[in-house]
Design a protein around this ligand. Structure first.
Ligand SMILES: Cc1ncc(COP(=O)(O)O)c(C=O)c1O
Length: 348
């Protein structure tokens, strides 16, 4: 951050650093940002092509109405209970804009999605961290925390661990403020917290098209919640936060159950194979409910990651406690796994 030009509150600000995104077509095995190893539905590609017309000179629907309505139909909810954002990340940021500002605290279990920390700084809120004793255990201190905004990423990232439904419900029931349950990876998990929408008005579910729908490049996510919470998010969002092509993509993708199921089934099958293969090579593996595995290599992680990179394989490395020494590997295709495992054979 350049000194002297940014506002005082941002002195020493450490921005969120996304995973490396090398140019397409250079032959990288990208297992670092949890993208889908399979492409989006062909129906989505066709619809995007069809929408790439002269109409692009016009602004999109400010409410992304066609996407919102299609998502509402899918979840059998009234459209007033759905909003759409420029990726799940934008919806997370909108939660800050709407529910927590300067002087507030924002609570979350740790380790978790590293985006929350810089967003706290940007909004001059203080993080209220609740360390997990075991990766799959939601800290009991989270529920009674009085923060006006809490995040529970479930399945969690980067661990892939799934918190118990009863613990999530207890945390929500004990919370006076808004609890945003970030379900970016939930399609790969055995259960969701979607039923809490019927019983708790302080719950927001955040979802994304970036993972199980193979649409990370389109930047589209959605939130489900009570009409009041959705209205609050809508009130603070940018006017045209989702572009025309993304709206079309979301509306078609959410309706193609068959393709979605195919992607999820393949990833879940490959996840088991990858976890088993890494375990056989001496890695410690956390049971995963997501589209990645969180593993500790038998050699220093930084060395393994650098050696993989030399072989054009990208994975995500964490160097901060309590997860220093761990690596997150996105579930890929069988072919990608073969290349990863071949590289590891040389390295280890
Ligand atoms: C926990 C979590 N939440 C939300 C997102 C947001 O994804 P997107 O902005 O692509 O929808 C990600 C992306 O990696 C994530 O890991």
């Amino acid at each position: 951050m350049p000194k002297g030009v940014v506002r005082k509150a941002l002195e020493g600000f450490q921005p969120y650093v996304p995973g490396e995104q090398p140019p397409d077509g250079e032959g990288w095995i990208k297992l670092n940002t949890n993208e889908s190893p399979l492409p989006p539905s062909p129906k989505v590609i066709a619809a995007i092509k069809e929408a790439a017309t002269d109409a692009l000179r016009l602004y999109p629907s400010p409410t992304a109405a066609p996407a919102r309505e299609a998502i509402a139909r899918k979840f059998q909810l009234d459209p007033t209970r759905v909003t759409v954002g420029n990726g799940g990340d934008e919806l997370i940021e909108l939660c800050f804009r709407a529910f927590a500002g300067a002087g507030d605290t924002v609570a979350f279990p740790t380790p978790t999605y590293p985006l929350f920390e810089p967003l706290c700084r940007l909004h001059e809120a203080a993080p209220s961290r609740h360390p997990t004793e075991a990766f799959a255990e939601l800290p009991p201190s989270l529920g009674p925390d009085p923060s006006p905004l809490k995040f529970i990423v479930n399945p969690n990232s980067p661990t892939g661990a799934l918190f118990e439904a009863r613990d999530v419900e207890a945390a929500v029931a004990a919370s006076s403020g808004v609890v945003a349950i970030d379900e970016a990876y939930v399609d790969f998990a055995p259960r969701s917290a979607v039923d809490l929408l019927n019983t708790h008005d302080n719950v927001l579910l955040l979802r994304t098209f970036s993972k199980s729908y193979g649409l990370a490049g389109m930047r589209i996510g959605f939130a489900l919640g009570s009409p009041d919470l959705i209205e609050a998010l809508d009130a603070v969002k940018d006017s045209y936060n989702v572009d025309r092509l993304a709206i079309v993509a979301a509306a078609v993708a959410i309706g193609d159950d068959q393709h979605h199921r195919k992607v999820v089934d393949e990833v879940v099958k490959n996840r088991t194979e990858l976890a088993d293969a890494l375990e056989r090579r001496g890695f410690e593996v956390v049971p995963s409910a997501a589209n990645f595995v969180f593993v500790r290599p038998p050699k220093p992680a930084a060395e393994v990651v650098a050696a993989l990179r030399e072989r054009k394989v990208l994975v995500r490395h964490y160097d901060r406690e309590p997860i220093a020494g761990w690596i997150r590997v996105t579930v890929g295709t069988r072919e990608q796994h073969e290349k990863l495992l071949g590289a590891l054979k040389e390295i280890l």
